[in-house]
Every structure is written in structure tokens, then in C-alpha cells.
Design a protein. Structure first.
Length: 253
């Protein structure tokens, strides 16, 4: 898959341009892959063998410009090289083709369904995902899987990606204060993984519920103590009545 006709002496990532200086067409091109990455940072917090990059160039030949998807996922690579992080993704250094590539279609069409599909197919990307919320008669989300060297459109929403161990899909939700359709990761049963904000909210609610339970337990304990005090007072009253009758309550059999 990496058998290209490459020159003998290859530049490193530090020697190649780390940006094509092309601005994104729409905020969603950053927010949508940003949400997917934010969820992964929680799901795979203990793993160090993956990279989800946003608007990072993928170099496949030193004499050709990089391909710059809106987002891509690679497995089996170092998550961090050093504190400077990666300036770009260089295939002859990484030796791993991204397993998942995402393109978010903006108002300015960039050949996501034609030229880019052919490029990712030739590159050997297993899953090519295209999202367009502007489509009316076709699904917003397309997941193409490489089968025998050709992309095949996968059915469903979400679509399970067994090689990644996650599903990908879209549904309405709230992220960054915006309620609209977003892309999310899903488990094998089709249950959506929570966003960081949703997880924080869930943890706060769980903590509040635990505090309420603790308060209820304390109230029950206080009520039991009060009942015990009342019972003790009743016993003392009965003992005094027996003594008034000349009976020693301590010697009763």
C-alpha cells in the first residue's frame, strides 16, 4: 500500500510545509471533526497508539502537495512524538495509511464525491466518510469502505466500523452551544457515546444523586435515633410506674 515510486532521499515532516495556507470554508469543518476527536480523547484516554488529526496534510510523495482532509484517524502510530507534536503526516515516516478519513462538504464544493474519493481510494484509506448537511434527497452521511481496491457505499446510520471498534453516524444534539445535526461515535449496539460536556453533566448528576442518597440515609439514621430515644423514654416511664407499685423492674423474670 506504500509502494510508491519515491526518491531515495526523503524529507522529514519538519522539512515539509505544515500548511497549504488555505482557510476552511465553514466553521463546521473544524467543529465536526473536533467533536469526534474530543470524544476519542475520553474513550481512548489510556491508549497511545492512535492519532486523530484535523486539517493536517498527508504527504504521500515529496514532490507532490499533501492531501488535506478535514479529519483523519490512524491506528498503530505514536500518539505523540514530542511536545512539539506533528507538523504533518508523512507516510514514508509513519508507514501507516490512515484508516479513516473525513470530509465535511461546505458551500464551496471541493470534489469530495469525485476526485477526493479517487485519491483516498488510491491511497488505500479503508474508510472514506463524507458528511453534507446541505443534501436534500440523499443521506447527509456517506461511509465508503475499501473492498478489493474499490470503495463500496455502506448502508445505515450509524455504520459499524469493526476494524476501528466504533460506529460512525449523525443525529441532532448540542455541541458548543449549537443545536443541530452532529457526527458522533457509537458502540456496536448503536448507542451514541457522550460528548465531553454530556459526560461532565452526567457525572454532576451522579454526584448530586449520591449526595441526595447520603442525605436520605442520614435522615433515616436520625429518625431511627429519634425512635430509639422515644422507646428508651417509654422504658424509663414503665420502670418508674413499676417502682411506684413496689416492684423492682431490675428483678423481673
Amino acid at each position: 500500500m506504500l509502494n510508491y515510486n519515491l526518491p531515495r532521499h526523503l524529507p522529514s515532516a519538519e522539512e515539509l510545509p505544515d500548511s497549504d495556507e488555505t482557510p476552511v470554508d465553514n466553521e463546521l469543518q473544524e467543529l465536526i471533526p473536533g467533536l469526534l476527536k474530543a470524544i476519542l480523547l475520553i474513550l481512548w484516554a489510556e491508549r497511545m497508539d492512535w492519532l486523530f488529526a484535523i486539517d493536517m496534510g498527508i504527504y504521500y510523495h515529496p514532490d507532490k502537495p499533501p492531501i488535506v482532509p478535514d479529519g483523519f484517524l490512524s491506528l498503530g502510530v505514536e500518539r505523540f512524538y514530542d511536545e512539539e507534536l506533528r507538523p504533518s503526516y508523512v507516510l514514508w515516516d509513519e508507514n501507516v495509511v490512515p484508516i479513516f478519513v473525513l470530509e465535511v462538504v461546505s458551500q464551496n464544493y471541493r470534489k469530495e464525491y469525485t476526485t477526493k474519493l479517487d485519491e483516498y481510494e488510491a491511497l488505500g484509506v479503508l474508510y472514506y466518510v463524507i458528511y453534507s448537511s446541505r443534501r436534500r434527497r440523499k443521506p447527509h452521511l456517506e461511509v465508503h469502505k475499501l473492498v478489493n481496491g474499490k470503495y463500496e457505499l455502506q448502508e445505515g446510520n450509524p455504520v459499524w466500523l469493526p476494524e476501528i471498534g466504533l460506529g460512525i453516524g449523525c443525529e441532532r444534539g448540542n455541541y458548543c452551544g449549537v443545536t443541530r445535526e452532529w457526527m458522533y461515535w457509537y458502540d456496536e449496539q448503536g448507542q451514541r457515546y457522550l460528548t465531553p460536556a454530556e459526560q461532565v453533566k452526567q457525572e454532576v448528576q451522579r454526584a448530586q444523586q449520591e449526595a441526595q442518597r447520603a442525605q436520605q440515609e442520614a435522615q433515616r439514621a436520625q429518625q431511627e435515633a429519634q425512635r430509639a430515644d422515644v422507646a428508651e423514654q417509654r422504658v424509663q416511664q414503665l420502670a418508674e410506674q413499676l417502682r411506684a407499685l413496689g416492684i423492682d423492674p431490675d428483678n423481673l423474670v
